[in-house]
Design a binder for this molecule. Sequence first.
Ligand SMILES: C[C@H](O)[C@H](O)[C@@H](O)C(=O)CO
Length: 489
Amino acid sequence: MSHYVAIDLGAESGRAMLGTLAGGRLQLEELHRFLNEPVRLPNGLYWDAFRLFRDIREGLRKAGRERNLKLDGIAVDTWGVDYGLLDANGELVVNPRHYRDPRNNAAYDAALAAAGKENIFEQTGLQFMALNSLYQLYAAKLAGSPGLRAAEKLLFMPDLLSYWLCGSKKNELTIASTSQFYNPTLRRWSTELLETLGLPTHILGDIVPPGTRLGSLLDDLQDTCGLGETPVFATAGHDTAAAVAAVPAIGDRPWCYISSGTWSLMGVEIDEPIVTPRALELTLTNEIGVEGKTRLLKNIAGLWLVQECRRAWLLEGQEYSYTELTRLAAEAAPFAAVLDPDQFLEPGHMPERIAAYCSKTGQNVPEGLGGFVRVCLESLAFRYRQVLESLESLVGHRIEVIHIVGGGSKNALLNQFVASATGRTVIAGPTEATAAGNILVQAIGAGEVKDLKQLREVVRNSFELETYEGKPDPAWDRAYERYVKVRGS
Ligand SMILES: C[C@H](O)[C@H](O)[C@@H](O)C(=O)CO
């Protein structure tokens, strides 16, 4: 029996998850859960990196001091794109900014004007989003950031937190591939692109594949946490890559995945990137996964819409759990309005913005809290159908099965909506795909699990899955047509 800890950080919260692997089955247990609260300063929006590290240490202390465990590995995964900059002494000189920091927007326009959209896509194969690391770095340059000038090393969030755990400064492949300065075709940094934009290239480090042993937990952490010598691994550092690794697909029918949480990352796993004008037109992204696979996917503003509605209602004194909101949505009238979820990436005033969008597009404003949530969930299902069509047109075959993994796969109403909107089979679960993927990639690194195929077998043996059968539904088809009209194709 072996024990691993996954440090899994999402945009709202983080967890230290204990994974026990025995007899080809994985058991997960939450050791420590903590909030991940961004900090708004006068000059921008930041992550509280030190607080996150304190909570990571607390999770490890629970494993060591409270549970008396000896660990076979520790690894960190996080959301994509964000990074910290270190000076020559390894000091943090630029604290990680939050990808929703508004200063990226102007830098995005300027970078596209300076480097050219086609050129950027050719070199990176990545979906265009102002939040990508490339535009964050360019924003720092445009702001004349002294931190950027002093920087000697760029570490993405999982790299940075792993560095604080074990002292090794490496760039893990899957997270590097979210930056928009990694070339997935040439499988190296796109230094040419950084040079075009006058950005430093010496800050980029060695890229290591997921499963690499980075080093051992630092001595003082071993002492504080009551852990002996413990390997620290680079897992699939991008949480989506970890989740995709843990998709319980058998591969007998063509499948795609939706990693469902704050974001919905919908895509297929393929052997080589597709960096063609058509992929650019469809704004699909080529990120790298475990075993060097390509995650051809689309970032969709996922349950973020519901999270932001809930937060707005909470501020008004109306406190509802996600379960209650979903129940209200189930009771609300169908197809009250349709919206493009990706128009709502900015934080704040979500119900008001949805209402304004509905009025602007000549639609009725949804009624009641359940009405708003239902419109969000139905619109996500429509967006998935549209992205499914894009993916099929690029890979050239019909996709039969949609695997929904991650926390959002608990939402049975949304799962059913996806089956109804697409007419496909939806298999939901595991909800803990990211933690499972994180741990099982460590197990590959430790030589305990052979490869991705075996990893997925372990996942299938370990978690309950729910199946939803979709069948053609004229009401959904009609509403989808309305959605396409409102959003555009
Ligand atoms: C910025 C987003 O977090 C990122 O693009 C997405 O891929 C992700 O990591 C969601 O967890």
